[in-house]
Ligand binder design. Sequence first.
Ligand SMILES: [Mg+2]
Length: 282
Amino acid sequence: MPRLSGRSPAWRWPAWTPRCGTGARSQNLPLWQLLGGAQSRVPVYTTEGGWLHLSTEELVAQTLAAKEQGFRGAKIKVGRPHVSEDVARLSAVRAAVGANFDIMTDANQGFNRPEALRRAAAFESLDLAWLEEPLPAEDVSGHRQLRNHTAIPVAVGESMYHLNQFREYLEQGACSIVQPDVARIGGITPWIKVAHLAESFDVPVCPHFLMELHVSLCAGVPNATWVEYIPQLDDITTSRIRVEGGYAFPPDTPGLGIEWDWPVIAKRQIADVTIQQTKQTT
Ligand SMILES: [Mg+2]
């Protein structure tokens, strides 16, 4: 597998991904097959809604529409001023969609330890797929404490930027699901390392954002269980990922399978940027 070495994840993302795409293309393989080809499709949930400012009625309508469109789950933000508001909103959604539909929740690091414990206890009967970022990402022991007090899976990862942060969470039993973001952790190599590390702890990977690339990464590994549907690259790409029957399908074209709309991108360009690898010092 092609890779770059180095210590700073910050510069790897823009350089590595084209290189991996080139490697996959040179072998005439779609990326997901180059990475292992573990599954030909991955369940997909939507985050195109569920915002805190929406009314309960709007939340219910949006989630029902998502179910009607074939999504297998939807994410609802939590963190209204009082726990009873969150409970009322989630209860209304659960009553509307029924049991055979997954509800993910996301606190965006909004709770402190006692409030996270309180909210998780209040949500316990709603059969949530997970509670995402309940606490500040740096509070590993707080997440471990929460996980030990709730049956709701605790998901973390979108605010973590290094493999070793995931290792610490997994070693301490502080999370149930990992959500690495390929653009934040430094590219495909560290993302795959996180996924395989999580597999060794029997922990699923449900990446954050960037579905156009994550669908291939998820299909490459056996422990990816969800792709997050957020079509925010539509304005600058001409390709679309295939979503059918509640599943996202990785592209079968060699390489990344992402077709960039270069004329549109050129119009948005504000500066020329050249990325150079600096020499390693000893
Ligand atoms: Mg989130």
